[in-house]
Design a binder for this molecule. Structure first.
Ligand code: HH2
Length: 272
């Protein structure tokens, strides 16, 4: 049995993003060649990432899904090369992909559908004892940014995460291996995203560590004045990550590891 997730990933921990995809919103194509992805992961570890999140399917707004075979073709060589050297998470919603990734040494399953897409994924996670992130998403990537609406976004996200946490535990996943994620940018407006971070305490109140991924997301570019932004700057990402940490986030999922590790180290020193 692995240690509880809050022991393995003390606050704040950085998860580096390695997308082995042609079309991710901010780093699409950069790491499509496995040797580039492996080099990125090693660099992120050296820069202070606690883990790298390897993904073979983009979930950016408008994205179409890819098959399990294609996802595995992209991520398996990368995970095989990292095994035993760089702690790895698999960013997938598919049981088949997660199963193979765990065989190749991944210790964490990051599912943006919170176990709703593949009925077999919960069992794969439960049997392996892997860590699990359950993320909120309204709608699906192809259409989620068309007109997202909520009564009260924070209480709806909290209720969803509580229900998915109960479902994961009922399926046999140990509660102390699970973290929760508001899903910044997944069926949310700029205002929704910032309100979720502002009121993050209502999510940490669910009793599980919270992961936040706002790195380079378009809400940051829109906030800085470009209504058509597809990405946000590194500096805006770091500012939002520090604010999320101050409001209780445990794991920050980021593309620019060095900058986030430096900023979060300084922010943590304030509280030490
Ligand atoms: N965001 C993205 C992908 N996976 N997982 C979690 N838990 N939380 C997030 O906020 C999150 C996520 C989107 O970012 P990225 O991986 O850079 O892009 P893409 O989905 O286009 O590959």
């Amino acid at each position: 049995m692995r240690p509880p997730i809050e022991q393995r990933f003390p606050r704040p921990s950085v998860m580096g993003v390695v997308n082995v995809t042609p079309d991710s919103f901010s780093d699409g194509g950069v790491n499509l060649d496995p040797s580039d992805a492996v080099a990125s992961a090693r660099r992120m570890l050296a820069q202070g990432a606690a883990i790298v999140d390897v993904g073979g399917e983009s979930t950016r707004p408008g994205a179409e899904g890819v098959s399990a075979d294609e996802e595995l073709r992209r991520v398996a060589p990368v995970l095989a090369a990292l095994e035993g050297e760089v702690p790895a998470s698999i960013d997938t919603s598919k049981a088949e992909v997660a199963r193979r990734a765990l065989e190749l040494g991944a210790e964490f399953v990051n599912d943006v559908t919170a176990l709703r897409a593949d009925p077999e994924l919960a069992g794969v996670v439960a049997d392996s004892g892997a860590y699990l992130c359950l993320m909120h998403m309204q709608g699906e990537p192809r259409t989620m940014q068309r007109d997202p609406r909520y009564g009260d976004v924070v209480s709806e996200v909290a209720a969803f995460l509580e229900e998915r946490l109960d479902a994961a535990v009922a399926a046999g996943v140990a509660e102390n291996q699970i973290c929760l994620d508001p899903g910044i940018g997944f069926g949310k407006t700029v205002e929704h995203n910032f309100e979720l971070i502002r009121r993050l305490g209502e999510l940490t109140a669910l009793g599980r560590p919270v992961l936040v991924g706002i790195s380079r997301k378009s809400s940051l570019g829109k906030l800085l004045g470009d209504p058509d932004a597809k990405t946000g700057t590194v500096a805006a990402s770091v500012g939002a990550a520090v604010a999320a940490y101050e409001r209780g986030a445990t794991i920050l999922r980021v593309h620019d590891v060095r900058e986030h590790v430096e900023a979060l180290t300084a922010a943590r020193a304030v509280y030490a």
